[in-house]
Design a protein around this ligand. Structure first.
Ligand code: ADP
Ligand code: MG
Length: 438
């Protein structure tokens, strides 16, 4: 299978060649022809398997053949949950569209709106956006959708969950009903999938591997440890393994800031990225981490989705996420594009519920490894999932090297958890924090 055989134009093939892609990944091989045919697509494929090019390449091809946009019109809208992901997708659009005469831009909150208004003035072929700023711009009459041809929801299940669905519904109400809809993610709960189906028209459903599985390029295990010793353990592991670039996830903003200070005291350079930081500080933190300016980036789940940090070797969950899907996305920041990666979760006894939810979602019990000198006084209870043993064979890879396993369907309902349902559950006294913005 080659990019040529998928029917992409010469200018796009040239850009791919320049980027060094030799052949399409399985999700690309399936999604590109369907999108070129004009079909709606709902696609699930593991983290780091090239979903961005999977929707961007055929869109570029389609747009290059059509008419230029009129004043303030956007022909394609790509919506993402975070500003950093929006910026990254614009970069991909520019890279793949390098030899085409198409315009693209990105809009998100936390930065001045006037330069964005200016860039939208002439109309734009591809607009990447986060929902809040997009709605602002639309309400101010600065962007219009009468000529909209394609809508993409990247991280689609996140865009349709409680945090965003209200904005998304509003945006949908402003779009022409005749349009192509493309929904991509590594995770889809059954409930979100049902909701998603109400907004697409006769979609091609692609599921390269069972939904909700972790990429098997990522080696993952947990280290049981007492809560109060986690920071010391993280520092010890960083020193012991000489980690030079590690992405650490914290459930809370406050916890992220505290951890940065604790690491600092142990001579480990760290910065935090979360929703209470200015956009300027967020951008700087990510850029500095990407170019190895700091060893540790401590992030809330705003960094869990979509970010592609070149060859990131190591992810640590300082605590487990309350939403099990977030685990899949967090650890999916490593082990991308067929590279190997490692994800270690520091788990204390009070996190047993989160651990069980995660293990149920991904369909396997996580290996436990104790660290010398950090054996916990409070044991993490043994996992007890009643998992069907056969299920551990479900996580076949979608890596760039191996062949697609086709449209295999997941085998058991128990593997899917609903984000919203979880949110509404009574918080576990000792573990869950109020459901604040990240
Ligand atoms: P996903 O959205 O599925 O998590 P991305 O679209 O972010 O994954 O792609 C992950 C990485 O794989 C990126 O660094 C991208 O440049 C790279 N990539 C995408 N397609 C190919 C390909 N066909 N060959 C080699 N690398 C690719
Ligand atoms: Mg992605």
């Amino acid at each position: 299978m080659s990019f040529e055989s998928l029917g992409l134009s010469a200018d796009i093939l040239k850009a791919l060649n320049k980027k060094g892609y030799s052949k399409p990944s399985p999700i690309q091989a399936q999604a590109i022809p369907a999108i070129l045919k004009g079909r709606d697509v709902m696609a699930a494929a593991q983290t780091g398997t090239g979903k961005t090019a999977g929707f961007t390449l055929p869109i570029l091809d389609i747009l290059a053949k059509g008419k230029q946009p009129s004043t303030k019109q956007a022909r394609t809208l790509i919506i993402t949950p975070t500003r950093e992901l929006a910026a990254q997708i614009l970069e991909s659009v520019e890279t793949y569209g390098k030899f085409l005469n198409l315009s693209s831009t990105v809009v998100f909150g936390g930065v001045k709106i006037n330069p964005q208004i200016k860039r939208l003035q002439k109309g734009v072929d591809i607009l990447v956006a986060t929902p809040g700023r997009l709605l602002d711009l639309h309400h101010q009459g600065e962007v219009r959708f009468d000529e909209l041809e394609v809508l993409v929801l990247d991280e689609a299940d996140r865009m349709l969950d409680m945090g965003f669905i209200h904005d998304i519904r509003k945006i949908l109400s402003y779009l022409p009903s005749q349009r192509q809809n493309l929904l991509f993610s590594a995770t889809f709960s059954n409930e979100i999938r049902k909701l998603a189906k109400t907004m697409v028209n006769d979609p091609v459903e692609i599921s390269v591997t069972p939904r909700n599985t972790t990429a098997d390029t990522v080696k993952q295990w947990i280290v049981p440890v007492d809560k109060k010793r986690k920071a010391d353990l993280l520092a010890a592991l960083t020193h012991k393994h000489d980690w030079e670039q590690v992405l650490v996830f914290s459930r809370t903003k406050h916890g992220a800031d505290r951890l940065v200070k604790q690491l600092d005291k142990k001579q480990i350079t760290a910065v935090a990225i979360h929703g209470n930081k200015s956009q300027n500080a967020r951008t700087r933190a990510l850029a500095s981490f990407k170019k190895n300016g700091v060893r540790v980036l401590v992030a809330t789940d705003i960094a869990a989705r979509g970010l592609d940090i070149n060859q990131l070797p190591q992810v640590v969950n300082f605590d487990l996420p309350n939403v099990p899907e977030d685990y899949v996305h967090r650890i999916g920041r490593t082990g991308r594009a067929g590279k190997a990666g490692q994800a270690i979760s520091l788990v204390s006894a009070d996190e047993i519920k989160q651990l069980r939810d995660i293990e149920r979602l991904i369909g396997k019990v996580l290996e436990r490894r104790l660290e010398d000198d950090f054996e916990p006084d409070h044991d993490v209870p043994a996992s007890n999932l009643n998992l069907d043993v056969k299920k551990s064979s479900r996580s076949k890879t979608t890596s760039f090297k191996k062949k697609s396993s086709g449209n295999r369907k997941p085998t058991s309902k128990t593997n899917f958890r609903n984000r919203n349902k979880n949110k509404n559950k009574k918080p576990n006294k000792s573990v869950n924090r109020p459901n604040k913005k990240k």
